[in-house]
Design a protein around this ligand. Structure first.
Ligand code: GAP
Length: 520
C-alpha cells in the first residue's frame, strides 16, 4: 500500500514534471548544447515511443474502426496559393501587445483569459473552503448562488467575460487594450500597465523554394495539416471510390510562429497534429458534429485518465471557416486548456480551393442525383498536447510505508514506452543468460528492456519512473522451476509466474486492441 506524498502546488508539480521528462529521456530542449531554441523540443528515447503509441491509438481508431475513413501523408511544402485560399495569409493572426517598460510582448487575448482564469480559481477556492466547513451537508449549487464572496467574483467575471466575447466577435482590438487597462492587468516582468496598442501578427513561417530570390517563390511551412487533405480530396475520393460520408485522416508536422510560446510542449513552434476531415452532405453537418464530439470524447475517456479531467468548451467566436466549433479541454497542471478542436468547417475550404484553383471540386451524389461541394467536420488534436496530457496525468510522487518514496508514471499500459523489463537478480550464476532467453522470446511482441546493473530496488525505481507496467525478475529459483517474479508497476505487488505464461500475461494488459474494442 502506498500513500501520496505531501501535495505540491500545480506550478511545482509542472516544474518537477519538466525536469523528469528530461532526466528520463522523454523530452529535451531542442539544440540544448547551443542553449536551446525557444518553444522547440526534441523527443528522446522514451518520448518517441510514447508519442508513437499515441499516434497508433489515434490512427487505428480512425482508419481501422471506421471503414469509411482512410489515411494519407501529404507534404509540408504546398503551393502558396493554398494558404490564400484557406484564409491563412489574410486571417491567421494573433493580437499582440507590448509592455513599453519591459519591452516584452504578449498575446492580448491570453492576458485577458489568464485574468479570467484567476477569478475562476478564486471562486473554486471559496467553494472548496465551503465544502471543508460544511462537510457532508454542503450544497455546492446553493453555496454558489448565495455566498457573497462567490457572487462578487462571479459578477466581476461575467462583466469582463462579456466585454471580451463582444470584442472578440467584433475583432475590436482597441477594446482588448481597454479591458487590459480597466482590469489593471500588469506585465509580470515590469509590473506596470504601460501598454502599446494591440497589433495583428501572422503566425505562418515562410521560406523560399528554388534559386530565385525575387519573392515569387515564397512558400509557407504549413500551419495545419488539414489543407493537405482538402487539396487531395478529389484524388482520394476518385481512386478510393469513396462515397459520402467518408473521412481522410493524416498525422504530420505543423509550424506556427507562436509569439507567446510557453508551457513546455503545450504551445510549440514546430508540433505535430492528428487531423481528420469528414466529408458530408450539406445540411447534415450539425448531426455529424454532435456524433464526432461524442466519438472523440469517448476516445479520450477510454484511456482511463479520469472522465472528470475532460470538458467541452463551445466556441463563442467562430473561426473564419466554421459554423460550429468546440474544444475538448483537459485538466493540465496549469488548468483546463484545449487539447483537441472539433469544427464544422462547412464547404469553406473545398469551395475556396475550387475558386482559387479553377478546378471543379464536387461530389456526385447518386442518391440525390445531383452534384455538390461537400461539407466537412474536422477533428484536430495535437500529438504533443496529448503527450503532455498523458505525462502530467500519470506523474505521481508516492510515499511508501517505511518512509521511502518513489516517482511513478502510471501511463495507460498500451501507451507505455517500455512494456516489460527483464532483470536478472544478480549478474552471475547463469541468471543473465536465463534473462536473455526471456528477452529473446518477448522482444518480438513488446518493447522490452534488459537491465542487470544496480540493486533490484534501484532498477524497479528506474522502471517506475519511465512507466514500465511489468518488471520480470529472474532469480536462482527460476533455474529450477522456470518461474519468474513479476512486479506490477501500480500496485507494486509481486507474483510468481511460469515463464511460459509471461507473453499472455503482458499481452492482456498492454494490447492496444483492448482499447480499440471498447470504442467499437
Ligand atoms: N486544422 C484546425 C486547426 O489546426 P487548431 O485549434 O488551431 O485547429 C488544433 O489546432 C490542435 O493542434 C489544437 O487543439 C492543439 O492540440 C494543437 N496545437 C495547435 N497549436 C499548437 C502549438 N503551437 N503547439 C502544440 N500544439 C498545438
Amino acid at each position: 500500500m502506498c500513500i501520496f506524498a505531501p501535495i505540491m502546488t500545480q506550478d511545482e508539480l509542472f516544474k518537477v514534471l519538466v525536469a523528469h521528462c528530461k532526466e528520463y529521456g522523454f523530452i529535451f530542449p531542442s539544440s540544448e548544447i547551443y542553449d536551446g531554441l525557444a518553444a522547440v523540443y526534441d523527443y528522446g528515447q522514451m518520448g518517441v515511443e510514447l508519442k508513437n503509441n499515441i499516434k497508433q491509438y489515434w490512427w487505428n481508431a480512425m482508419t481501422r474502426l471506421n471503414e469509411n475513413i482512410v489515411g494519407i501523408d501529404s507534404c509540408i511544402f504546398m503551393h502558396p496559393r493554398i494558404w490564400e485560399a484557406s484564409g491563412h495569409v489574410g486571417a491567421f493572426n494573433d493580437p499582440l501587445i507590448d509592455n513599453k517598460d519591459s519591452k516584452k510582448r504578449y498575446r492580448a487575448d491570453v492576458l485577458i483569459e489568464d485574468y479570467l482564469g484567476k477569478i475562476e480559481e478564486k471562486i473554486n477556492k471559496e467553494v472548496e473552503k465551503g465544502r471543508r466547513k460544511f462537510g457532508d451537508s454542503f450544497n455546492e449549487e446553493q453555496f454558489r448562488a448565495t455566498n457573497p464572496n462567490v457572487l462578487r467574483e462571479k459578477a466581476k467575471y461575467d462583466e469582463v467575460h462579456n466585454r471580451f466575447v463582444k470584442a472578440e466577435q467584433e475583432s475590436n482590438f482597441q477594446e482588448y487594450r481597454q479591458i487590459i487597462i480597466d482590469c489593471g492587468i500588469v506585465c509580470p516582468i515590469s509590473g506596470t500597465c504601460n501598454w502599446t496598442d494591440v497589433r495583428q501578427f501572422n503566425l505562418m513561417f515562410s521560406t523560399s523554394m528554388g534559386s530565385t530570390a525575387d519573392g515569387s517563390n515564397t512558400i509557407y511551412l504549413r500551419p495545419e495539416t488539414a489543407q493537405g487533405i482538402f487539396v487531395n480530396y478529389l484524388n482520394v475520393q476518385k481512386t478510393g471510390r469513396m462515397k459520402i460520408p467518408f473521412g481522410i485522416a493524416q498525422i504530420g508536422k505543423a509550424f506556427r510562429n507562436e509569439i507567446v510560446a510557453r508551457q513546455f510542449i503545450f504551445r510549440m513552434r514546430e508540433f505535430e497534429q492528428m487531423e481528420m476531415q469528414f466529408f458530408i452532405k450539406p445540411g447534415t453537418e450539425l448531426d455529424w458534429f454532435a456524433k464526432w464530439k461524442e466519438q472523440r470524447m469517448k476516445w479520450h475517456v477510454n484511456l482511463g485518465m479520469g472522465a472528470e479531467n475532460y470538458r467541452f468548451h463551445d466556441h463563442e467566436k467562430l473561426a473564419h471557416y466554421a459554423n460550429a466549433a468546440t474544444d475538448i479541454e483537459f485538466q493540465f497542471p496549469f488548468g483546463f486548456k484545449e487539447l483537441e478542436g472539433i469544427h464544422s468547417r462547412t464547404n469553406f475550404d473545398l469551395g475556396n480551393h475550387q475558386k482559387f484553383s479553377g478546378k471543379k471540386i464536387e461530389y456526385f451524389d447518386p442518391e440525390e442525383n445531383k452534384a455538390y461541394t461537400p461539407y466537412v467536420i474536422e477533428t484536430s488534436i495535437g500529438v504533443d498536447r496529448m503527450v503532455l496530457a498523458v505525462l502530467s496525468n500519470s506523474f505521481k510522487e508516492e510515499q511508501l510505508e517505511g518512509g521511502d518514496t518513489r516517482v511513478v508514471l502510471s501511463i495507460p499500459a498500451p501507451l507505455a514506452p517500455v512494456k516489460a523489463a527483464v532483470l536478472p537478480l544478480v549478474k552471475k550464476d547463469g541468471l543473465p543468460e536465463k534473462a536473455q532467453e526471456i528477452m529473446k522470446d518477448l522482444k518480438y511482441c513488446f518493447n522490452c528492456q534488459y537491465e542487470e546493473k544496480d540493486s533490484i530496488g534501484k532498477r524497479y525505481r528506474r522502471q517506475d519512473a519511465i512507466g514500465t507496467p511489468f518488471c520480470i525478475t529472474v532469480d536462482h529459483e527460476t533455474l529450477n522451476d522456470n518461474c519468474v517474479t513479476v512486479r506490477d508497476r501500480d500496485t507494486m505487488q509481486q507474483q510468481r509466474v511460469p515463464i511460459a505464461s509471461l507473453r499472455q500475461m503482458i499481452q492482456d494488459k498492454v494490447d492496444m486492441n483492448n482499447l480499440l474494442k471498447n470504442l467499437d
